[in-house]
Design a protein around this ligand. Sequence first.
Ligand code: MRU
Length: 387
Amino acid sequence: MVQALESIRTSGGNLEIVNQLLLPHRIEYLEINSVEDAFDAIKSMKIRGAPAIASLAALSFAQYLTKALEQSPRPAYLTSTTEDLKAHVVPILSYLYESRPTAVNLGNAIKRLNKTLKEAVEKAGGDVTQVAQALIKEAKSVADEDVGRNKDMSKHGGEWLVERVKSKGESGEGLNVLTVCNTGSLATSGYGTALGFITYLHETKQLGKAYYTQTAPYHQGSRLTALELKSLEIPSVMVCDTMVGSLFQHHRIHAVVVGADRIARNGDTANKIGTYNAAVLAARHKIAFIVVAPVATVDLDIADGTGIPIEHRPPLEACLVRGALYPFTEGREAEIAQIMITPPDLKGVYNPSFDVTPAELITAIVTEKGVATRRAGETSFDLSSVV
Ligand code: MRU
């Protein structure tokens, strides 16, 4: 039985995430009982992936308000005016927004909740409970909407690639694609973006093999994508980040398919570090380069990639690899360790978490609304049809 891993589980008022720092060796769920827990989980990358962090931030906010409504007596900000409620929750939303800077899904979720707050205050005629309930409903829909739209974008993108390959006179069966990082159910509320695209090709029997990079230094590929592809029984091959050029030289790869953390108005796309390298190599080998992401990842306020804030992770994270001690001992739980691969206290470590792929290297941008391509001779996208 094929079973996708869940990044977030909710039941009643309980909120849990799978601790991605322990994957793939241990599947351990961690309770999220406060907005501080959610902030810490996002910042420390116990949960990661643009849509998943937006979902967790929103759900922890919903949990916070739900608990407050159930409290007896209720906290002061729920017994007074809607302006008091607003003054109390706006800083909480800003706090959650600060947890990680590059993925705009989180910022969009926070913007959406601030908008709901404003509208609900205007509509509620002073009823604080009504405002709190409107916020809870909106926060839950941030997470709930994710799975459906992932399936839509995966189908749009998959069909587009099959047609493209056929139009070039090749068979649309057995497509080989390379992906970077982890974009599956662990990075989203379910199904995934680029990994959803791969899953769609697999489900419709049009996938040859899914190749994926290890994605150093955090190894989202070898730790997380490997696990997801294995649990989905999708034929796959891992490649080290340094092997992408060799892969393109020696194997027929039909497309590189990646997710995104933020897409600027012109189509420049921030995604996991190493994505730009893959795009340059794909262009050299005339391989389609496809970005698959929800509308919530498009930031129309930013004209191009130079305006995208890039998170730099602590230098130490690039000096360590996290894994289980090998060889495994029969019958014993894997011992998880962090191994230092550099001399201690190494000075001078460059560790950006993301890079920006210029639009001119991207063949198609796919959202739940459809597929955008660049007009012949143009170096940027008109994304109006897909946002
Ligand atoms: O640092 P991470 O692991 O949060 O980075 C994740 C990525 O770059 C993903 O490719 C991106 O968020 C798209 S996820 C559907």
